[in-house]
Design a protein around this ligand. Structure first.
Ligand SMILES: Nc1ncnc2c1ncn2[C@@H]1O[C@H](COP(=O)(O)OP(=O)(O)OP(=O)(O)O)[C@@H](O)[C@H]1O
Ligand SMILES: [Mg+2]
Length: 241
């Protein structure tokens, strides 16, 4: 039998992140192995988005370390962190409203780091078959759910090793959420590692191997997702709204 060796892709060690005087993340540590899906859980305002923004360098931590592929990324500008292979899909999507779906993808493709093209148009269209019909629609003419998918597709066109997804299931109809579960499974089967922030425990259970629960900017609990799902005490204490 061949045992799969786990290789650490992202290693966050005691980061502290502030907005002005406000100390939001407090000694947050977190690790993600290659090809795994990990989720950040917790109620509103606990620091999920801030954790993703800290990784991307958008709100850089004031102390602590973030190693990506063994390399320190704290202090690097966001564009550089993106070039190193981290894709970010913010909760407000930020696609270009006046460009068509195709143009949005094409722009991302051109920004992709050279020498590595795992994700082609065909592959992204296979992941989201509806894109074939929506190819010439402007960003503004896409539904909220379609814009969300486009934001993911666009991040993939840059061929990331690690994909950060903020609230991917939020506001989606149950059928679309089911579809997204499958999409995430297929992205991971292509070898992309995923860190997602989502309040939907069921969605996290169906997509993620491991979960980290935040409260007031502190990691209060971490475990295999299945264990969290079955741990009534933890769910009640930190997750039920
Ligand atoms: N730009 C900002 N300036 C000042 N404080 C901020 C800013 N953005 C977020 N915060 C504060 O930082 C804390 C963490 O916010 P964050 O957005 O990371 O939470 P979250 O877990 O993503 O919440 P949600 O589930 O609502 O998305 C909150 O108290 C929030 O009010
Ligand atoms: Mg958030």
């Amino acid at each position: 039998m061949i045992l799969e060796q786990s290789v650490s892709l992202l290693h966050i060690d005691r980061i502290n992140t502030f907005y002005g005087q406000s100390h939001v993340l407090q000694d947050v540590s977190l690790g993600i192995d290659e090809k795994k899906v990990v989720c950040l859980l917790g109620r509103n305002g606990v620091g999920k988005t801030t954790t993703l923004r800290s990784i991307m360098g958008l709100t850089p931590p004031r102390s602590g370390s973030i190693l990506f592929n063994g390399r320190e990324i704290v202090g690097k500008p966001p564009f550089r962190i993106a070039q190193l292979g981290i894709g970010y899909v913010p909760d407000d999507r930020r696609i270009f409203p006046d460009l068509t779906l195709y143009e949005n993808l094409e722009l991302a493709r051109r920004l992709s780091k050279k020498g590595k093209t795992l994700w082609t148009f065909e592959k992204v269209y296979d992941l989201f078959p509806v894109f074939r019909d929506l190819r010439d629609r402007k960003g503004t003419q896409l539904s909220g759910g379609e814009q969300k998918m486009l934001a993911i597709g666009r991040a993939l066109m840059k061929n990331p090793d690690l994909l950060l997804l903020d609230e991917p299931s939020e506001g989606l109809a149950p059928l679309i959420v089911q579809n997204l579960v499958e999409v995430i499974g297929r992205i991971r089967s292509e070898g992309v590692t995923i860190l997602l922030a989502d309040q939907n425990l069921k969605f996290c259970r169906r997509t993620s191997d491991r979960g980290y629960i935040l409260e007031k900017g502190v990691v209060q609990y971490q475990s295999m997702m299945e264990e969290i799902w079955q741990n009534e005490e933890i769910v009640k204490k930190y997750l039920v709204v």
